[in-house]
Structure formats: C-alpha cells, structure tokens
Design a protein around this ligand. Structure first.
Ligand code: HEM
Ligand SMILES: *[C@@H]1O[C@H](CO)[C@@H](O)[C@H](O)[C@H]1NC(C)=O
Ligand SMILES: *[C@@H]1O[C@H](CO)[C@@H](O)[C@H](O)[C@H]1NC(C)=O
Length: 330
C-alpha cells in the first residue's frame, strides 16, 4: 500500500460508512422477522389469536384482510384505522366505509393485550394488522407468505381521508386502476387483490341499486345475470329500507379464499359494480380470465400483492410510535 492510500484509507472508510448508513436510512424499511430478538413470540401470539377467532367465526378472516387494506389505503399502513374518534374529530373507523361493516377490532385488541404482557411497547398495531391479514389468508385460503415487519403506529386518523382514499363499490375498472396506481399498485395487483372478495359479505346497500334502480331506463344492471339478480332480490329489500342485511360475495365457496370469485365474474355473478366491471372492461378482462384459469398462480400473486399493499407509506425507524392500546395514541 503506498503512502497516499494509507493516509486516505481511514477517511475513505469513514465516508463509506456514512454512505452505507445514509442509504439504510433512506430505505429505512420493513424486514421479515423484525421482532426475532425483541419479541420472539410476537408472530405466534398473533397467529394463535387469529386462528382461535376464525375458528369461532369464519367471517373474522374476511374482516381482518379488509381491515389491513383499509388501513394501508388511508395514510399508509399505520393502524390509523384502529384509532377511536375524539371529540370534534371523527376517525376513519367511524366513516360509513368502515362503520358498521368493518369487523375484527376485538381480535386485534386481544392480540395486542397479550403482546403488551409479553413484550411491552414493542410490537406495533400496524404490524399486528399485517400479520393478522396473512394468518387469515393462510387459515381460509392456504396462502402463506412472509410478512415484512417493523411498521410503527401513526398518531392521526381523519374520517374524511377514508372517503378520499377508499375506492367506492360503484367505480369502473379504469377508476379502480387509477385509485390503486395512486398507491403504487398495478392494474394486475388491483385485480389480484380484488380476489379477497371471494370471502366475506357485503351489506345490500353497497349494491342494491344494481337490483332496483340501475339508471333512468333500466331498473336492473344488465351486466348481472338475471337469475342471480332475482336471488339477491329475495335477500335484499328495495330501497328505501330500514333493514340492510348482508349476503356472501361468493355463494359457491363463501368462506374459502380462492379463485371462484373470478369464475363468478365470468358468469356475471359479481356482487358489486366494482367486481363485475373487472370482467366487463377490456382493460382488465384478460387478468380475470388468467386468475380463473390458474389458481396456483393467483395465490402466489395474491401473496406478493398483499406484501406490496402492506408496504404503502409505512412509518419506520423513529417515526410514529408503538401504541400501548391500538385504539388510542399514547
Ligand atoms: C377494488 C376496490 C374495492 C372495493 C370498491 C371494495 C369494496 C368493498 C365493499 C363495498 C365491501 C362490503 C362492505 C359492506 O357493505 O358490508 C367490501 C368487503 C370486503 N372487502 Fe373490499 N373492496 C375493494 C378491494 C378490496 C381489497 C383490495 C381487499 C383486500 C385485499 C378487500 C377485502 C374485502 C373483504 C375480505 C370484504 C368482506 C368483509 C367482511 O365480510 O367483513 N376488498 N369491499
Ligand atoms: C342505462 O344503462 C344501459 C346499460 O349500461 C345503457 O345502455 C343506457 O344508455 C343507460 N341509460 C341511461 C339513461 O343512462
Ligand atoms: C404467474 O404467471 C405469469 C404468466 O403465466 C408469470 O409471468 C408470473 O411470473 C406468475 N407469477 C407468479 C407469482 O408465479
């Protein structure tokens, strides 16, 4: 080593070190098994809590997958969907897109209570949501994937932001593509994630216009199979109605996360406008067909897309906080 190199080596290595730590700051990102040393039982606690809840009520799986989606689309995956409204500030969870339909809050609270007992203020509520969604997909769909963790919890929840960011069930395929692209998700990921509508239920009010008052000339949405519409009419009262029952998204396998949802779209048995449009629209029809034709490929794409969705605008490092209770900021 010549004298110049020897003199500058410490400086060069210091610069390198700074560069490396800067780049890790810039991508301060999630990683699989983030709690391996700080809370080794974290994932087991979530899994066992979620499994127990789903075995008592299979609908909880749908609730938890949807809750993660609704969290991530509003202010990123920061558990803002779990925060309670405060005086003068209605929170996301009280917006009509979430209240009364979003379910599974008590399961997250249950897991959080156990985690606080095992490892106080270590595991974020945002991570519990991401893990609970994965555990649900495994339990009711056999879809397993590693969940990168290390999210931190946000301090703010605003009901109006749910309105601005959550897609309405009346949107067209092109509108859905653009809503998802705002969150960094592709058209194919949007169609793939919509496969979550192969489980769970919808209130009639989310689609009853399709049955009774489609437009000025047609009472019924012509993109819906007419005998399916007749069946739905026996379950859903014509508006205006005080009662608002629920029906399964996928009557063929209502509690199995699978590609029967896409078969339903091909048969014109999609429940929401935003479901059926994926098949009606030229821009997404091929994606529906390929998911229907290749369930194994869809499962893999679903897992990947869930990880992608789970990384939207996350808080990491020293941003946000680790809540003590998921419903309240510290
Ligand atoms: C593409 C845009 C989407 C729209 C417009 C949409 C809209 C809706 C609506 C209106 C409901 C029924 C709410 C009710 O009336 O009870 C629902 C339920 C549900 N959504 Fe979506 N959704 C979309 C995408 C997603 C995504 C990406 C996921 C998850 C990856 C998801 C998971 C679910 C699940 C599992 C349910 C059933 C919930 C339950 O049974 O408790 N949805 N969605
Ligand atoms: C009602 O919907 C049908 C089918 O989509 C369409 O052809 C027709 O133009 C619509 N009518 C009005 C008045 O919007
Ligand atoms: C799904 O299939 C497509 C084309 O058939 C392929 O390009 C893609 O890599 C597959 N995706 C996964 C996650 O296996």
């Amino acid at each position: 080593m010549d004298i110049i190199t020897r003199r500058f080596l410490p400086i060069i290595s210091t610069l390198l070190l700074i560069l490396v730590s800067l780049s890790s700051l810039a991508s301060a990102s999630l990683k699989v098994a983030f709690y391996a040393s700080t809370c080794p039982s974290a994932e087991e606690i979530v899994t066992s809590t979620v499994n127990k809840a789903i075995s008592e009520n299979s609908g909880i799986a749908a609730g938890l997958i949807r809750m993660h989606f609704h969290d991530c689309f509003v202010r990123g995956c920061d558990a803002s969907v779990l925060l309670a409204s405060t005086h003068g500030n209605p929170a996301e969870r009280d917006h009509f897109a979430n209240n009364p339909s979003l379910r599974g809050f008590e399961v997250i609270e249950d897991a959080k209570a156990q985690l606080e007992a095992a490892c106080p203020q270590t595991v974020s509520c945002a991570d519990i949501l991401a893990l609970a969604a994965r555990d649900s997909a495994l339990k009711v769909g056999g879809i397993n994937y590693d969940v990168p963790t290390g999210r931190r919890d946000g301090l703010v929840s605003v009901a109006d932001e749910a309105a601005e960011n959550l897609p309405a069930p009346t949107l067209s395929a092109d509108e859905l593509v653009s809503r998802f692209s705002r969150k960094g998700l592709s058209a194919d990921e949007m169609v793939t994630l919509s496969g979550a509508h192969s489980i769970g239920v919808s209130h009639c009010s989310s689609f009853s216009k399709r049955l009774y008052s489609f437009n000025e000339t047609l009472p019924q949405d012509p993109s819906m199979d007419s005998s399916y519409a007749e069946t739905l009419k026996t379950k859903c009262p014509a508006p205006p109605s005080i009662s608002d029952p629920t029906v399964s998204f996928d009557p063929s396998t209502p509690i199995r996360l699978d590609t029967k949802y896409y078969d339903g779209l091909i048969d014109h048995r999609g429940l929401l406008t935003s479901d059926q449009t994926l098949f009606t629209s030229q821009s997404t029809r091929e994606m529906v067909l390929s998911n229907a034709n290749d369930p194994a490929n869809w499962s893999q794409k679903f897992a990947k897309a869930m990880v992608q969705m789970g990384s939207i605008d996350v808080l990491t490092g020293s941003n946000g906080e680790i809540r003590k209770h998921c419903t309240f900021v510290n």
